[in-house]
Design a protein around this ligand. Structure first.
Ligand SMILES: *Cc1c(COP(=O)(O)O)cnc(C)c1O
Length: 373
């Protein structure tokens, strides 16, 4: 190796650019000694509602709780079914199980990796209470097509990887989380807007649902020590909100830098017939939480890149319908062929905004070398 390793993500490089802004806001919280919710969380909620063009935003402890609380607010539980994708992070389906409902999987569109609307529609039964499309790798799912395919069922858009992404629907630009019953975000450090620990947020246009979500995040109570429903301890930490408030003004530029890196790779790999570059639906503007290619000899490419010090990772190696914990659902290998094929072919490459042009060249050259270019 003649160059320093290129990591898949470099949070230290990002922090170096915003150190003082983060410290100033974090110190405000420390000086105030108001660590639970408080004004800074309210400010972040307003800012994220503004970004998502939603009327309401409620911070919570993490992106997993955001999905869980959204389902609880819809009163989803025992004997209910929720339709989602098997090609996503575990939390999307784990939360369905944890509210007591049954995860029902539907296959993905092989181009975008997102829930196939027709498959979602076909998975609906008389017990289905909601559908959770996932905006995977930073690109919005075809939420309007999913909505149409499942009739009037509530839609929870798992936008953990796509805060600030948009999609043109009927000639209008719609933000991730804007056009559905609930949008849910994660502020896990590796997301495009990441805290210094866990954090999450739920957005909605519906005031009654927003009020229920507010209750659910603090043990089901609006008035201290009086509990109307049984909820959770799932608050967004004020220190995390301070970090996120410092980062939020940079989000758009960071996402644009990711898009520029993606465009560079698209070009660099254009003549490599055996490598499939990401497909972005023309209606979508992706925030590229991941730049994910498909390769027939994926494991060979992965080993080749690792040996050359190029960070890369497989999201996700085992679809959720084949996870041991979901054996009780009775799914088998071969049932969701596109999700299964994706899990064998995908590889995510470094696309983070602080990637230098030298690092980009190293990644592109290493990939091309695998194909003898
Ligand atoms: C990260 C992620 C989550 C969970 O978020 P946490 O904040 O880690 O709980 C849920 N769904 C998807 C698709 C994610 O990528």
């Amino acid at each position: 190796m003649t160059h320093p390793p290129v990591p898949l993500l470099d949070l230290k490089a990002q922090h170096a650019t915003i150190k003082d802004e983060v410290a100033a806001l974090v110190n405000e919280v420390i000086d105030e000694q108001a660590f639970i919710l408080g004004p800074i969380v309210g400010r972040l909620e307003c800012a994220v509602a503004g970004l998502s063009k939603t009327k309401f935003a409620v911070g919570c402890a993490n992106g997993t709780d955001a999905i869980l609380i959204a389902m609880r607010a819809l009163d989803i539980g025992r004997d209910d079914e929720v339709v989602t994708s098997p090609f996503t992070f575990f939390a999307t389906a784990g939360t369905i199980h944890n509210v007591g409902a049954r995860p029902v999987f539907a296959d993905i569109d092989p181009l975008t990796f997102n829930l196939d609307p027709a498959a979602a529609g076909a998975a609906v039964t008389s017990r289905t209470r909601a559908v959770i499309p996932v905006d995977l790798f930073g690109q919005m799912a075809a939420v309007e097509q999913v909505q149409a395919a499942v009739g009037n069922l509530p839609v929870i858009e798992d936008a953990a990887q796509s805060i600030g992404a948009s999609r043109v629907i009927d000639g209008r630009t719609v933000m991730a989380g804007e056009s559905v019953t609930f949008g849910t975000f994660s502020f896990f450090p590796s997301k495009n807007l990441g805290g210094f620990g866990d954090g999450g947020m739920i957005v909605t246009q519906d005031e009654a649902l927003a009020t229920t979500v507010l209750k659910l995040r603090t043990h089901g109570s609006m008035k201290t020590y009086y509990h109307e429903i049984v909820g959770y301890n799932s608050r967004l930490d004020a220190l995390q909100a301070a970090v996120l408030m410092a980062k939020l003004p940079h989000l758009e530029a960071w996402s644009a830098a990711r898009r520029a890196n993606a465009a560079f790779y698209d070009q660099a790999f254009g003549d490599v017939a055996d490598l499939v570059t990401p497909y972005i639906d023309p209606a979508n503007t992706s925030i590229y939480n991941q730049y994910t290619v498909r390769a027939q000899n994926r494991d060979g490419l992965l080993a080749h890149l690792k040996a050359r010090g190029v960070g890369c990772s497989v999201y996700y190696p085992l679809p959720l319908h084949l996870q041991p914990c979901f054996a009780y659902l009775g799914y088998s290998d071969g049932q969701f062929p596109e999700s299964e094929r994706a899990s064998k072919e995908v590889l995510s490459l470094p696309v983070y905004p602080e990637l230098t042009s030298t690092q980009r060249d190293i990644v592109a050259d290493a990939v091309r070398a695998f194909y003898g270019r």
